[in-house]
Design a protein around this ligand. Structure first.
Ligand code: TMP
Length: 211
């Protein structure tokens, strides 16, 4: 059986990830491509429990060391229980965030050394990287405006300041520049229909080559 493709979607706050993911799923459905949608942190009962803890604003004093270990603990379980078996069964996996988010948020945002992240990545995922990563890039001011428009409570990450999100954005862009074969950077400051159209085209081309 042909192994499924692993696609991750990344981006800062307010980049339009949810709309893009809905369109990506519809594209795969229309082509009859079996897929499983998932997210990080999360995707298994244990990882969802860790997500609730790590994003809870009540844990304001969480150290960056504990934070990064919780992200990777959730990921290790997610890879073993969901991502790898799904790919091996011939389905695609579409993940709302994956390891690049740790390099961006914990590396860029919190200053966790890249060498530590590299080690944790190898340990937790046994080297499983996405076949394609779609990075929705939007400047911090515009992302903030969109999130503010949504209302609702902000989680522990969303409460960080603009400098934090500037560092996250720069770390994502640096990571994408270092691996142009895997990343597709999409300018998410444009109207949503154009962003979605680019993502649909990317997924359609991947799907046509996979078949
Ligand atoms: P989201 O899925 O709603 O975007 O929320 C997940 C939050 O967790 C988001 O602020 C990014 C953050 N995050 C990390 O800091 N590190 C990680 O490794 C992952 C997967 C997410």
């Amino acid at each position: 059986m042909r192994r499924g493709l692993f696609v991750s979607v990344e981006g800062g706050e307010g980049a339009g990830k949810s709309s893009v993911i809905a369109a990506a799923r519809a594209t795969l459905d229309a082509r009859g491509i079996p897929h499983r949608m998932t997210r990080e942190p999360g995707g298994t009962p244990l990882a969802e429990a860790l997500r609730a803890l790590v994003l809870d604003p009540a844990h304001a004093g969480l150290t960056r060391e504990a934070e990064v270990l919780m992200m990777f603990a959730a990921r290790a379980q997610h890879v073993a229980e969901v991502i790898r078996p799904t790919l091996e069964a011939g389905s695609w996996v579409l993940s709302d965030r994956y390891t690049d988010a740790s390099f961006a948020y914990q590396g860029g945002g919190r200053g966790v050394p890249v060498a530590a992240l590299d080690w944790l990545e190898a340990f937790a995922t046994h080297g499983l990287r996405p076949d394609r990563t779609i990075l929705l890039d939007v400047d911090v001011d515009e992302g903030r405006r969109r999130v503010a428009g949504r209302g609702g409570d902000r989680d522990r990450m969303e409460q960080e300041d603009d400098d934090f999100f500037e560092r996250v954005r720069r770390a994502y862009l640096a990571r994408a520049a270092a691996d142009p074969g895997r990343f597709r950077i999409i300018d998410a400051a444009r109207p949503l229909e154009r962003v979605v159209a680019d993502v649909v085209a990317e997924l359609a081309s991947l799907a046509d080559r996979w078949r």
